[in-house]
Design a binder for this molecule. Sequence first.
Ligand code: SF4
Length: 338
Amino acid sequence: MMRVKRLYTGNVVYGSLPEGCKLCLRGLKSVVFVTGICPRSCFYCPINNEKKGRDVIYVNEKPVDDISKIVVEVALSGSRGIGLTGGDPLFKLDRLIAIVKTVKKVFGPKFHVHLYTTGKNLTLNTLELLESLNIDELRIHPDPSDMERILNLIENYNKDTLKIGFEIPIFPNNLNNLINLIDKISRYRNVNFINVNELEFSESNSAELKARGYSISDDWKTAEGSHTTAIQFLHEIELRSPKLNVHYCPANSKDNYQVRLRWYRRGILTARSHEIVSDEGTILKAIISETCERIPSTLVVKGHIGSETSLVLAESYGAEYRLVEELPDYKRTLLNIL
Ligand code: SF4
């Protein structure tokens, strides 16, 4: 009997973890938001209003207007793969093709690509196209009314390397529906995995979630009861032993591992000589007064908030300084001046 494993990140896995998730949990994936256009309008959609329904492109939250900028950001983050998300990237197929061809050419054929879609316009031809592009994983978040069609499509597809799975949010107290869904999916061939995600509150979905009776947890970001239902679900999965890999991804894992470890790598790769990267992945340095004469000017750098130098130099020259902490993201978001 396959056992449920609890990972140090809080993720829970029955069977094996999809390759894309393994990389993601180590901070080795960049996120490419291909478009905000989506054929569905899920009431729980967490996408923010600047992106939702708009044909915009972002990579690791950086707005970009051409593919070369995606390549640069991926390289600066030291990523070994990308997750293509939206909206629904399959609704901007030419763009999607261009991105995948470019990253596979620049970073090599083993550079891992996973793609999210609603599956709304998925056909056998599209599946063949995705496989020919050497896309590694397809993760489908379908409209429930479209599930049957998509399962039959996958069943009839003679796939080779493309791994196909489903992404499902966990609604609190929805255990029976989840079990029915798994029973159904596991009767079909060619489905490799199911990823279930903790239901998250965001600025854009909170009114809709509250209107439907969901409440926010003490962490101020997840729906109360979603985590408990997920754990009960994995327990049921273990008892039923389906021939399917099932993985629960809690919201905390995204913040504490996927994003933070990516920042850490980006910090290491982009820190300038006077900056150090903290254990949390933030950038630390000293900001000194414009008129400080204690430190030789050759050891002072003009930063976007003032004159900067290293903490070690500021200490050893006895200069008055303030400690600056920034995120190592593309705009070096200021966190603290202490
Ligand atoms: S499918 Fe995804 S992007 Fe589209 S509306 Fe639903 S949650 Fe939002």
